[in-house]
Write a protein that binds this ligand. Structure first.
Ligand SMILES: Nc1ncnc2c1ncn2[C@@H]1O[C@H](COP(=O)(O)OP(=O)(O)OP(=O)(O)O)[C@@H](O)[C@H]1O
Length: 237
């Protein structure tokens, strides 16, 4: 596939396959096109040429309703947690169910069906934050907020998780905790993960496979076990 904004190409003629249940690290310098590629994979923005097949469905030509159904099977963790600050932690986790069950009932925990609240509490349990369920999201630390964002991403039991620099805004220790937690949960449930990172060590440690974007091309596509840090540093030259 290829993607350009106006006349400016971001990447051209790239092609790759993601294996189910595997974690793929997407690396490359600032502006290489990692976030753009993730957004294309999720069908949030159109590709300029080529196709994206996601979970055995053609995402690029899907009708809006089919695309919505497809997105409901996918979770996203972004660099900034994007929680709604004035709402409770539990309400924020419930927002992860909006793709499957749209409507105001999943906006605020007070209106949510009991089954959904239980589902959200189970997700909070997985990230170790049940005691914070009723706390306003604005009163959490950065690390706690990112864990809530992970709970929001996994509450709908997605088959694929996309993570755009999930620990970029965290200090090294909190970042390590978030990465460990994220990958533990993904592996337990056999979820397919694609994550972007500027941390070469994380890419090699948490990725089964590494894709490297540079100069608009996929310069690297290999198993993490076959790569060393210098192979990845070459992408930043
Ligand atoms: N909506 C947009 N309109 C025009 N250009 C865009 C748009 N989004 C991204 N770009 C451009 O596309 C290129 C790739 O950006 P992208 O954010 O995908 O890179 P990245 O690899 O994720 O970078 P970083 O590591 O800094 O987050 C950049 O040159 C950026 O300016």
């Amino acid at each position: 596939m290829s993607k350009q904004f106006g006349d400016t190409p971001v990447f051209s003629d790239i092609s790759f396959r993601l294996a189910r249940g595997e974690a793929t690290a997407l690396v490359g310098a600032n502006g290489a096109g990692k976030s753009t590629l993730l957004r294309c994979l999720m069908g949030l923005i159109p590709v300029t040429a080529g196709t994206v097949r996601l979970l055995d469905q053609e995402a690029t030509s899907a009708r809006p309703a089919d695309l919505r159904a497809l997105r409901a099977r996918v979770g996203l963790v972004s660099q900034k947690h994007n929680l709604v600050p004035r709402l409770s932690v539990l309400s924020n986790v419930l927002h992860g169910l909006l793709g499957q069950q749209p409507g105001v009932r999943h906006w605020c925990h007070g209106f949510a069906p009991q089954a959904s609240r239980q589902q959200a509490m189970r997700a909070l349990e997985k990230v170790g934050l049940t005691e914070f369920a009723m706390r306003r999201a604005e009163r959490l630390s950065g690390g706690q907020s990112q864990r809530v964002a992970i709970a929001r991403a996994i509450v709908s039991a997605p088959e694929v998780l996309f993570a755009d620099e999930p620990c970029a805004s965290l200090d090294p220790s909190a970042g390590e905790d978030v990465m460990e937690l994220f990958f533990d949960l993904a592996r337990q449930d056999g979820v397919t993960v694609v994550f972007t990172s500027h941390n070469i060590d994380h890419a090699l440690r948490y990725g089964d496979r590494v894709l490297g974007l540079a100069q608009g091309r996929m310069k690297l596509d290999a198993t993490a076990a076959s790569l060393n840090a210098d192979d990845l540093r070459g992408l930043y030259d």
